[in-house]
Design a protein around this ligand. Structure first.
Ligand code: SAT
Ligand code: MN
Length: 603
């Protein structure tokens, strides 16, 4: 459906109709497209983008129905310093978020959005986060002037007409997006429209609204993902008593056919996609993927914690992905995939660093330059991405769309830590596990603009994604656990695949070998594997970790499982000064846990 005249046929939702009309009046688009989510629509928009130079169709005999898009050099990642939480007060946003007065911000945005879609089409995208008929799902509608966003949202969410049927006259989160580049007087479009001067990724938690201006990149522009499913949803979850988390969800089955689901939080670009669809090196064990980025979790009637993946696609980091590191991802992206900022091969396929041991002789790189292995430039941007449907993954979990979600037995926290943090440890209980999540630090990656490799605190891997005061978020986690039957709560673990020795060599092989750590966790949940109580938590005994067939040196293992008292004492100082910024919002439970850790390290 294309014409605004058909708005009454399109939706019965009064708020939606009104909002669409307001958006048209404000943004002054040249036309309006009410998305139905059909294949036909997708193909038509791809054709438009091919014409405009936004998309290059890949060789259909190599990668059917797949496309390459290349952004401008400055629109390649999330922009955390341009991301705002506009709660009524700064205190509600907390010390880790950029806050701006909501009234002031509204004025700024209204000015920017005024006429912002001139010469462009305004698209209306109804989408559902989570399976269409799940009680855990929530609906949003995105208005955008980017056909790239429409096509990406079709892969990443359940999108289109059926969502409007489910919505009826009910509640939805309005997600307002413009690339911020109006076309005046038949001005010619560019392949990747965006606004280099002005970027705003704005959340109004009280009114549950999102406004995003100036960027076409993933996390800034596909508003169902980080903006809704994490920042706004974290506020909804706090108010309604559930959890919205930056976590993968995977099923893990032992050789006897027993299965447990695991949720795991890691910062962006720390291997969530690889872990979520791993091929275990341990014979007989199996991983199946429910999601690779976001988990919405709620207690079921039986008192167990259930999780859904609100997304329907993977928006994964391409560089480093290979048949060796992640064969299941490679097979997922063989068709129906949008690639962004990877390189184009001479035979019309894609390539990125790490995809094959030998680079091709010649490429067009993501910057559209001629490229050879001697080139100074990267072939693909380090944060280049693939966007592909989850259902194409060879190891998709049979219950990945279960409306009730999957029962979670263990929660993992982790990050990139070359020092201090051991390979794995188990928390003593939910309160301690919450503290472990709260004290997470990780070395920064290319997923966000800024310096790479710098250690920063990233509580629960939610630092860029929590829509309210992080101190209150800790309190929400603590009270959430207190409401539960402790015997039914998932056990909480810390893992670190990224430990290095003094010479800078990785101590742990990672990838499929991480199944060894998962096996220990699986068996701990069943009270089978042995552990040794230390000051920081329960660590595997040397024999309880299955290292058969792995040529790990004795000394490397020792380092991987070492708790260096002095380093940890320093770590607690570092935590303590970090936590201070939350002032009265830091819950007693976190202070108690920190003091208990300091005490244990002393004795
Ligand atoms: O924010 S994105 O979804 O674009 C990628 C990430 O940071 O996880
Ligand atoms: Mn992420």
């Amino acid at each position: 459906m294309h014409a605004i005249d058909s708005l009454d046929e399109y939706t019965q939702n009064d708020h939606l109709k009104e909002w669409i009309k307001e958006a048209i009046a404000l943004c002054q688009p040249k036309d309006v497209w009410l998305c139905d989510g059909s294949e036909r629509e997708y193909k038509e928009l791809c054709q438009r983008m091919i014409k405009n130079g936004t998309m290059i169709p890949l060789n259909p005999s190599k990668r059917p129905n797949s496309y390459l898009c290349r952004s401008t050099a400055d629109d390649v990642s999330r922009v955390e310093d341009r991301t705002f939480i506009c709660s009524k007060t700064k205190e509600e946003a907390g010390p880790t978020n950029n806050w701006s007065d909501p009234d002031e911000m509204r004025k700024t945005l209204l000015k920017l959005f005024k006429g912002s879609m001139q010469g462009r089409t305004l698209f209306v995208i109804p989408f559902c986060m989570g399976p269409l008929h799940s009680p855990l799902s929530h609906i949003g509608v995105q208005i955008t002037d980017s056909p790239y966003v429409v096509c990406s949202m079709k892969i990443m969410t359940r999108m289109g007409k059926e969502v409007l049927n489910v919505l009826g006259n009910g509640f939805f989160v309005p997600c307002f997006h413009s690339v911020g580049m109006p076309l005046h007087n038949n001005q010619k479009d560019v392949p990747w429209p965006s606004n280099p001067q002005n970027k705003y990724i704005v959340h109004f938690p009280e009114t549950r609204e999102i406004w995003s201006y100036g960027s076409g990149y993933g996390g800034n522009a596909l508003l169902g993902k980080k903006c809704y499913a994490l920042r706004i949803a974290s506020c909804m979850a706090r108010d309604e008593g559930w959890l919205a988390e930056h976590m993968l969800i995977m099923g893990f089955t032992n050789p006897q056919g027993q299965k447990k689901y695991i949720a795991a939080a890691f910062p962006s670009a720390c291997g969530k996609t690889n872990l979520a669809m791993m091929t275990p090196s341990l014979p007989g064990w199996k991983v199946e993927v429910v999601g690779d980025d976001i988990a919405w979790m709620k207690f079921g009637e039986d008192g167990h914690l259930y999780a859904i993946n609100p997304e329907a696609g993977f928006f994964g980091v391409a560089p480093g992905t290979s048949a060796n590191s992640n064969l299941n991802a490679m097979q997922t992206i063989t068709k129906n995939t949008i690639f962004t900022n990877v390189a184009l091969t001479d035979d019309g396929d894609v390539w990125w660093e790490g995809m094959t041991p030998q680079p091709p002789e010649h490429l067009i790189n993501w910057l559209r330059h001629e490229w050879s292995p001697n080139s100074q430039e990267k072939a693909a941007h380090p944060n280049a991405r693939f966007t592909a449907p989850i259902k194409q993954c060879p190891v998709v979990d049979p219950d990945w769309e279960s409306p009730r979600g999957v029962p979670i037995s263990a929660i993992l926290f982790g990050g990139r830590r070359s020092t201090v943090a051991p390979l794995v440890y188990e928390s003593f209980n939910w309160e301690h596990g919450t503290f472990v999540g709260a004290s997470l630090s990780s070395e920064t990656t290319a997923a966000a603009a800024g310096q790479v490799g710098k250690l920063r605190h990233d509580p629960f891997a939610m630092l860029p994604f929590c829509g309210y005061n992080m101190g209150d978020y800790f309190a929400h986690w603590l009270s959430f656990g207190r409401k539960a039957d402790p015997s039914k709560l998932p056990k909480i673990y810390y893992v670190n695949w990224f430990r290095k020795d003094a010479q800078g060599k990785w101590l742990w092989p990672g990838y499929k070998e991480n199944s060894r750590v998962l096996k220990w966790i699986f068996e701990r949940v069943d009270n089978k594997a042995a552990a040794e109580k230390t000051a920081i938590g329960n660590l595997p005994t040397k024999d309880s970790l299955d290292l058969q067939g792995l040529n790990l040196e004795e000394n490397d293992l020792k380092q991987l499982l070492e708790v260096d008292r002095e380093a940890w004492q320093q770590e607690t100082q570092y935590m303590s000064s970090y936590f201070q910024q939350f002032g009265p919002h830091l819950p007693e439970g976190i202070k108690t846990e920190l003091n208990a850790l300091i005490e244990r390290l002393r004795s």
